[in-house]
Design a protein around this ligand. Structure first.
Ligand code: TXD
Length: 316
């Protein structure tokens, strides 16, 4: 491991995204992984399977499975995917109450057993769940981060590469706002080896890519019919773990707690964050056009109404 320290990563929720995240973390040798779930046998079985892949893939990090939160003790990073996935026809907000209760329970256990960890929330509706976690954990805001923007921007990067028939590696982009149909992809900040995409394709194609990015989650739900995307979400969460445990200070779009930046207060929203050993070490405030600013505020209103909804039912 890069720094010499052996890190411990707790993946809470051993479903599709949790297991994919564990797999990528192990493959990148980011640390030992503890898979935790309420279902008996599943985290243990997946952990054993992932351990048995180690000799073939050439990693020496260990993976264990458990139903007991005591086993996350001392975790450096907790990745929370526990909850219900979005089913076809279900809006993200339908999940609000159920997942709000699950996140509250998970956070009580993180607070008890891994009070110094950095927590990455993945469960939907993402921005509201990150807010719930922040309130329930009582950790400094920089240690409670939501994963969505890396996934959304990775989708946009792949769509740009497909359109141009070029390598995905050369494409870079930024997506702001909430994780949902109101997200704010930024074509103006999308480049291929430094060349703005607006110079590489006509406006209609840029607009089509923005639209497909917004609907990216739904596109996969419609194809899979049961469950939602998990490879790219798992890889995206693992990217955050990587930047944290290796203190790489990557600038990545993440859901962060805002206290005035972008004109937003007491809410989580996707913004460019510098991720390092302390969590969100900095937030970059981009210059936005009036339209982009309005779109960002619109996406936050939905998050705010989710937060208000949870206040009404007493979860917050
Ligand atoms: O970009 C993003 N943020 C997302 C979010 C991208 C993809 C998926 N996104 C959301 O992540 C999705 O809407 C769900 O809310 C979560 C997890 O999705 P996944 O596809 O992994 O769902 P699964 O396979 O159903 O796994 C959820 C697991 C399952 O094994 C449950 O038994 C477990 O969560 N679960 C719990 N674990 C621990 N503790 C509690 N209380 C608990 N409740 C359920």
């Amino acid at each position: 491991m890069a720094s010499g320290k052996r890190f411990k990563i707790a993946c809470i929720g051993a479903g599709n995204v949790g297991a994919a995240c564990a797999q990528y973390c192990l493959d990148m040798e980011l640390g030992d992984v503890v898979l935790t779930d309420v279902v008996e046998g599943v985290p243990q079985g997946k952990a054993l399977d992932l351990t048995e892949a180690g000799p073939v893939r050439g990693y020496s990090c260990m993976c264990t499975g458990t139903n007991d939160y005591k086993d996350i003790a001392g975790a450096d990073v907790c990745v929370v995917t526990a909850g219900l996935p979005r089913k076809p026809g279900m809006t993200r907000l339908d999940l609000l109450e159920k997942n709000g209760n699950i996140i509250s329970d998970v956070c009580a256990n993180i607070k008890k057993h891994a009070p110094d960890s950095i927590v990455i929330i993945v469960t939907n509706p993402l921005d509201v769940m990150a807010y719930v976690a922040y309130k329930k954990l009582g950790f400094p805001a920089k240690r409670v981060i939501g994963m969505a923007g890396i996934l959304d921007s990775s989708r946009m990067r792949s769509f740009v590469a497909m359109e141009l028939g070029c390598s995905m590696k050369n494409v870079d982009t930024m997506v702001l706002g909430s994780h949902g149909d109101d997200m704010v992809p930024l074509p103006e900040y999308t480049t291929v080896s430094g060349i703005p995409i607006t110079k590489l394709m006509p406006k209609e194609r840029v607009d089509a890519i923005v639209e497909r990015t917004r609907k990216g989650g739904g596109e996969i739900v419609a194809l899979l019919k049961t469950g939602s995307a998990f490879y790219a979400p798992g890889a995206s969460a693992a990217r955050m773990v990587e930047s944290i445990v290796r203190d790489e200070k990557q600038i990545l779009p993440c859901a962060a707690y805002l206290e005035g930046l972008y004109g937003l207060k007491d809410v989580y929203a996707g913004v460019p964050c510098k991720l390092g050993k302390d969590g969100v070490e900095d937030i970059i405030e981009l210059e936005l056009t009036a339209d982009q600013k309005a779109a960002l505020h619109k996406s936050s209103q939905e998050v705010q109404s989710g937060i208000d909804g949870l206040k009404q039912v007493g979860i917050l």
